[in-house]
Design a binder for this molecule. Structure first.
Ligand SMILES: [Zn+2]
Ligand SMILES: [Zn+2]
Length: 255
């Protein structure tokens, strides 16, 4: 049990550190940021869908009842909708511009922090629960979460700057909300070890989360690209995201 706990802590700590990625975008040109995000967002969408359909759902169905598993999948989708609709409110992925001339913190900044905190908290619970479902589920889930957190944190940092936070405060607050993943992981660990079937249903719920993020946040971003060659590259990256998850499922042992 102890090694599992430390693996989970290590993963959520890495996820929390991703919140600092925004600082690197300040020294980059808008075009460079767009090019990097182009690949990461495609890969993230593929890995989220791959993890949901190839790993999480089959895993949940092995131990859980079919009706409950699909109901939780649905609840996972709805929860993501509610968090995004009522807490995130303002969403902007390709944000890299600096806004130095704002002196007031706009409410959108605080909303972002709350939404981000709740989202990261759930990510933390999901990471913890997934490692209890098996090493390959844990690794796939971690890859899918790390991949989508990179564009997410770049966006968070941009939103906070836009809302009037100084760079230092934007970094600090974004990091603090990212640390909610650690809090979530500890709670997820406690639940996984004390409540029977918690892991099964958490994994189904996580699948709903992943499908929502991929299909309603990331893939619509990809549609801004209309160039045929680049669109094909997006598809390739998306498939690579799925293949990585498939490789983990095949090569990482069940227990
Ligand atoms: Zn996330
Ligand atoms: Zn964040």
């Amino acid at each position: 049990m102890v090694p599992v706990f430390f693996t989970i802590l290590l993963v959520v700590f890495i996820i929390s550190l991703i919140s600092f990625v925004g600082i690197f975008t300040l020294s980059m040109r808008q075009e460079q940021i767009r090019r990097i995000l182009f690949y990461i967002v495609s890969f993230a969408a593929g890995s989220l869908l791959g993890a949901a359909f190839l790993d999480l759902l089959p895993e949940a169905l092995e131990t859980g009842g079919r009706e409950s598993v699909f109901a939780l999948l649905l609840i996972g989708i709805l929860t993501s909708f509610v968090i995004e609709k009522f807490l995130f409110h303002y969403h902007c992925h390709h944000h890299g511009k600096q806004h130095k001339d704002h002196y007031h913190i706009k409410p959108v900044g605080f909303l972002n922090l709350i939404g981000d905190g709740v989202h990261n908290f759930i990510d933390g619970i999901v990471v913890a629960g997934s490692f209890f479902a098996g090493p390959h589920v844990g690794i796939s889930t971690s890859i899918a979460i790390i991949a989508h957190e990179i564009p997410q944190e770049i966006s968070d940092f941009g939103v906070l700057l836009h809302a009037g936070f100084t760079r230092a405060r934007a970094l600090l607050f974004n990091f603090l909300t990212a640390c909610m993943a650690i809090v979530g992981a500890i709670i997820g660990f406690i639940f996984s070890t004390t409540i029977e079937s918690f892991t099964t249903y958490l994994v189904a719920f996580a699948a709903g989360n992943f499908v929502y993020i991929a299909a309603s946040d990331l893939i619509p971003e990809l549609h801004h690209e209309t160039d045929m060659r680049k669109s094909f590259l997006q598809f390739v990256m998306l498939v690579i995201g799925i293949l990585v998850i498939l490789a983990i499922k095949i090569y990482v042992p069940e227990q």
